[in-house]
Design a protein around this ligand. Structure first.
Ligand code: E4P
Length: 213
C-alpha cells in the first residue's frame, strides 16, 4: 500500500519524507488556500520535493474550463496528477484529459457507482472519502469493499486512493480492503506507531541496560 500525505504544507511534506514513508501528495482547494501564495508555484515546489504523484485540483466547474485548467496544471511537472470532482462535468473533463495522456484523480467519491464510472473512463486514481461518510453515519468500509470488488471483477487499472482518513484504524481497514493508496493528514502519520506498550517496553529495556553488570 502506498502512503500519500494530504496537505499542501511543504514543511509537513518534508518532515514525512524524512520518515521514509512518503510516496506522493494529495492537495485540495481547502488545503492549498491555507498555504496562500501562487498555486502553480506551490505545486511546482511540492513536485520538486516529492518526485512522486502530486494531485492538484481544478476549481473550474464546467467541463471545457476544467480541461483547460487541468492541462495547465499538468504542464507544471510530470508528477502532477489532475484532481477533478466526480460530477458529470468532471467525468466529461476526465475523458478529454485521458485522451491527452494526462493522469487524473477523481475526488469526492461517496458511492461505488461513481467509482465504476470513473474507472470506465480511465481515471488513474479514484478517491473514496471515508471519514466524511462515517461522519454522517454511513458505512465507509462497505463502500470501499464494494469499489474493490467491482475493480477486481473487471480488472480495472484505476487505483483506489482511500481519502478523508481520520485515524489509524481507517488506514488498517483500508489496507485490509485492498486500497492501493491511503492519503493521510500529517498528524495521522505520527499516530501510526503509537502504542503505550512500545513506550513502556522501551523504557524497561533501557532501564535494564543501565543495570548491566
Ligand atoms: C483527498 O484527496 C482529500 O484532500 C482529503 O482526504 C479530504 O479529507 P477531509 O475529509 O479530512 O477534508
Amino acid at each position: 500500500m502506498k502512503f500519500f500525505i494530504d496537505t499542501a504544507n511543504l514543511d509537513e511534506i518534508k518532515r514525512v519524507k524524512d520518515m521514509g514513508l512518503l510516496d506522493g501528495v494529495t492537495t485540495n482547494p481547502t488545503l492549498a488556500a491555507k498555504e496562500g501564495g501562487d498555486f502553480r508555484k506551490l505545486i511546482a515546489s511540492i513536485c520538486e520535493v516529492v518526485q512522486g504523484p502530486v494531485s492538484a485540483e481544478v476549481v473550474a466547474t464546467e467541463a471545457s474550463k476544467m480541461v483547460q485548467e487541468g492541462k495547465d496544471l499538468a504542464s507544471i511537472s510530470e508528477h502532477v496528477v489532475v484532481k477533478l470532482p466526480t460530477t458529470p462535468d468532471g467525468v466529461k473533463a476526465l475523458s478529454k484529459l485521458v485522451e491527452a495522456g494526462i493522469r487524473c484523480n477523481m475526488t469526492l467519491v461517496f458511492q461505488p457507482i461513481q467509482a465504476l464510472v470513473v474507472a470506465k473512463v480511465g481515471a488513474t486514481y479514484v478517491s473514496p472519502f471515508l471519514g466524511r461518510l462515517d461522519d454522517i453515519g454511513q458505512d465507509s468500509m462497505h463502500m470501499l469493499q464494494s469499489c474493490r470488488t467491482i475493480y477486481d471483477n473487471y480488472d480495472f487499472d484505476t487505483q483506489i486512493l482511500a481519502a478523508s482518513l481520520r485515524h489509524p484504524l481507517h488506514v488498517v481497514q483500508a489496507a485490509e480492503m485492498g486500497a492501493d493508496v491511503a492519503t493521510l493528514p500529517p498528524a495521522l502519520f505520527d499516530k501510526l506507531l503509537n502504542h503505550p506498550l512500545t513506550d513502556i517496553g522501551l523504557e524497561k529495556f533501557l532501564a535494564d541496560w543501565q543495570k548491566r553488570a
